[in-house]
Design a protein around this ligand. Structure first.
Ligand code: APR
Length: 278
């Protein structure tokens, strides 16, 4: 393991532009359950019933209890994995984080450039007037909560079937196309278009597989068949995974995987970088 930690540290030191793509796994050690691991959120709630925009539109009162139940989101604190990425940014060795997480923990750890690819569940948005408010500023005593314009409030995270925020989409593609190293941390890489970002980074042509007018914007689960047939040329960005489990990327796109918890591996990488610099 130490050898892979040093390889990752060396790669970051030599990199012209390193970015990170993070998923629920980096927040697991902060007590927030992931989605697809045993005992994860989708074990408790069927995403088709609770996490699609169609389901929320047809019955907002049904979608909200899941949010209310997700109490960990309100109390969780950043862990050594989050703090390690904040240190890399402060050391000038991490350009930005593209996160699928909706828990605000990268920002709480001190990272300044965080692209919230799936929005932020610590905020709510009115489905009529689009007013955005911190979750703490509304009462969840009666569900669904209503805006002063009489519109229904929705958690400001991106539900399946909803478009990815335009700014997040373009900034992520720009970062993926211009980086020479991407750290892929704590994600199962099964939800698109987020799961496409490592492949865009790796790909010599650096072209997104989909142009910006079709499905690419819509958050969806699966549909990998098409992507599997694609074999990127080898001289794009280096892709390093940090995840206790292998993922769909491991055999196809990643240069190597550090099969360790993020809260353990990232501080070790930071320490190795500092040791190399001294
Ligand atoms: N450190 C690093 N990785 C971990 C850790 C840990 N401590 N614990 C678990 N993991 C890994 C798991 O092995 C798994 O590969 O994190 C991954 C979590 O996968 P998912 O639960 O599928 O979460 P994620 O990939 O972020 O989901 C993507 O799906 O449900 C939607 O919108 C939701 O943003 C989410 C998207």
């Amino acid at each position: 393991m130490q050898n892979l930690i040093e390889r990752a540290a060396q790669a970051i030191r030599r990199s012209r532009k390193t970015i990170a793509l993070t998923g629920a796994g980096i927040s697991a050690e902060s007590g927030i359950p992931t989605f697809r691991d045993p005992g994860g959120l989708w074990d408790r709630y069927d995403p088709e019933e609770y996490a699609t925009i169609q389901a929320f539109r047809s019955d907002p009162a049904k979608g909200w209890p899941m949010m209310k139940d997700f109490t960990e989101l309100k109390t969780a604190k950043p862990n050594p994995g989050h703090h390690g990425l904040a240190q890399l940014e402060q050391m000038g060795m991490l350009h930005c984080i593209i996160t699928q997480n909706v828990d605000n923990l990268h920002q709480a750890a001190g990272n300044r450039d965080v692209i919230e690819f799936h929005g932020n569940m610590r905020q709510v948005v009115c489905m009529s007037c689009r007013k955005l408010l911190p979750l703490d500023e509304i009462s969840l005593d009666t569900l669904p909560p209503y805006c002063s314009c009489k519109g229904v409030f929705k958690p400001a995270g991106v539900f399946f079937g909803e478009p990815i925020p335009v700014d997040a989409m373009y900034r992520s593609q720009e970062a993926a196309q211009s980086c020479d190293l991407i750290l892929v941390i704590g994600t199962s890489t099964v939800v698109y278009p987020a799961a496409d970002i490592p492949r865009i980074s790796k790909d010599l042509e650096k072209k997104p597989k989909y142009n910006s007018v079709n499905l690419c914007h819509i958050k969806r689960y699966g549909g990998r068949r098409e992507v599997l047939s694609y074999s990127p040329k080898e001289s794009g960005a280096q892709v390093i995974e940090i995840n206790p489990e292998k993922t769909d990327l491991t055999q196809r796109i990643s240069d190597f995987i550090i099969q360790e918890k993020a809260g353990v591996a990232i501080p070790q990488i930071v320490a190795a970088i500092k040791a190399m610099a001294s």
